[in-house]
Design a protein around this ligand. Structure first.
Ligand SMILES: Nc1ncnc2c1ncn2[C@@H]1O[C@H](COP(=O)(O)OP(=O)(O)OP(=O)(O)O)[C@@H](O)[C@H]1O
Ligand SMILES: [Mg+2]
Length: 279
């Protein structure tokens, strides 16, 4: 069981003394898809920036692919790709094409390879044809897709997404699920996603940590979403269909539907089953 990420007893205080993370420990196995769920201000973005080596721990340690992050920061930066919560932090060139090819050019790749990768990344997020556009003239959703492209183009082993669905419309979300599925299955990418989008999480993650300055809970999604009291206390909601099936179970006076559905597809299976066996 090779670890992609191991965080031990990690605490982080911002320069003004505010303690954002308190003794956080977590592990992510290679090729795993892990969600970090927590309310506003829980420390999700802070944790992701620490894991990407953009902030330095106040206490504790971080290992990436078996190596301590502080001693191998340059190598690790090429293995981890982070899509920031705010795309304006990621896009800084006059044109989208320059932004997308910035990383590969700095890696010293051949011009052919840079062009191939740049085109492929823009195609993956549905922004081919937008090469000459100024990033600040893109819509909010297009900016998010552009930021994702600037990271995918680097072919990272570990992909970190901070609120990836913010500003994406339903089609954009579906495309993102497809991209992630494809990277996970075909390129064995390891994925960490921070989000509040509970309906999105079951489509792209297997396991979750609940964070609120500290780790409150950890487990596979079925277990995490079965504990609605814990989720409520953490200031979080359940996926919409999961909440609906909680009411159905309550109404029927039993745990009739178990495991509780997390996605529409799972819910449809259960509804078909319930209609066939009404008692
Ligand atoms: N530069 C900073 N200086 C001081 N405090 C900060 C700084 N940046 C963030 N914080 C604080 O640290 C805490 C964690 O912030 P963080 O952005 O990691 O939360 P988050 O879980 O990503 O929230 P959101 O869901 O709103 O994105 C917040 O209370 C925030 O106000
Ligand atoms: Mg955040």
């Amino acid at each position: 069981m090779d670890l992609a990420i191991e965080v031990k007893d990690l605490s982080y205080s911002y320069p003004d003394g505010f303690l954002a993370l308190d003794r956080v420990s977590l592990k992510v196995i290679l090729n795993e898809r892990v969600a970090i769920l927590g309310p506003n201000g829980a420390g999700k973005s802070t944790l992701l920036m620490l894991i990407s080596g953009l902030l330095k721990p106040s206490k504790g340690s971080i290992h990436i692919l078996g190596r301590p992050i502080d001693e191998n920061i340059h190598k690790i930066r090429s293995e981890i790709g982070i899509v920031f919560q705010d795309p304006d932090d990621q896009l800084f060139c006059p044109t989208l094409w320059e932004d997308v090819t910035f990383g590969p050019l700095n890696m010293g790749l051949s011009e052919d390879e840079v062009v191939k990768r740049g085109k492929e990344a823009l195609r993956m997020v549905g922004l081919d044809g937008y090469e000459e556009r100024a990033p600040h003239h893109l819509s909010a959703g297009e900016k998010k897709k552009a930021a994702i492209a600037t990271v995918l183009v680097m072919k990272p082993k570990i992909l970190i997404l901070d609120e990836p669905t913010a500003n994406l419309d339903p089609k954009g979300k579906k495309e993102l699920v497809k991209i992630i599925d494809n990277l996970h299955k075909n390129q064995k990418i390891t994925l960490i996603i921070a989000t509040h989008d509970m309906d999105f999480i079951p489509l792209i993650a297997d396991r979750a940590y609940i964070l609120n300055k500290r780790i409150i809970a950890e487990g596979n999604l079925e277990d995490i979403f079965s504990d609605s009291d814990m989720m409520m206390k953490a200031g979080l909601d359940l996926p919409t269909v999961t909440r609906l099936f909680e009411f159905i179970n309550e109404f029927m006076g039993s745990d009739k539907v178990k495991p509780i559905p997390l996605t529409i597809e799972q819910a449809l299976q259960e509804i078909k089953r319930l209609l066939k066996n009404p008692q």
